[in-house]
Design a protein around this ligand. Structure first.
Ligand SMILES: [Zn+2]
Ligand SMILES: [Zn+2]
Length: 91
């Protein structure tokens, strides 16, 4: 099957909902059966990019493969990074 709106054959998941990977239309449960699940961020098959069980469960909730999930959630906190460096005048 493919998306009845845009004919896309890939779908993503978000909060346990299947959405068309292209137009993000909500798909009926049976509609996504033969479609390819892809990561919402990188477009790759997500389960091959998961290495833990919680990561696989996360695919259905966030739509992200584990590698993307880690990348997005592990952004370093830049507390204090906006502070002006103290400049010492050279005299
Ligand atoms: Zn679509
Ligand atoms: Zn990904």
């Amino acid at each position: 099957m493919s998306c009845s709106t845009c004919r896309s054959t890939s779908f993503v998941t978000f909060k346990h909902q299947a959405l068309c990977g292209n137009c993000k239309k909500e798909l009926h449960p049976g509609e996504a059966v033969d479609m390819n699940l892809v990561c919402i961020n990188c477009g790759n098959e997500p389960y091959s990019r998961c290495y833990t069980q919680p990561g696989k469960q996360e695919v259905l909730i966030s739509g992200l493969c584990e590698l993307c999930f880690d990348e997005i959630t592990s952004e370093p906190e830049e507390e204090g990074a906006l502070e002006e460096p103290e400049i010492e005048l050279p005299f």
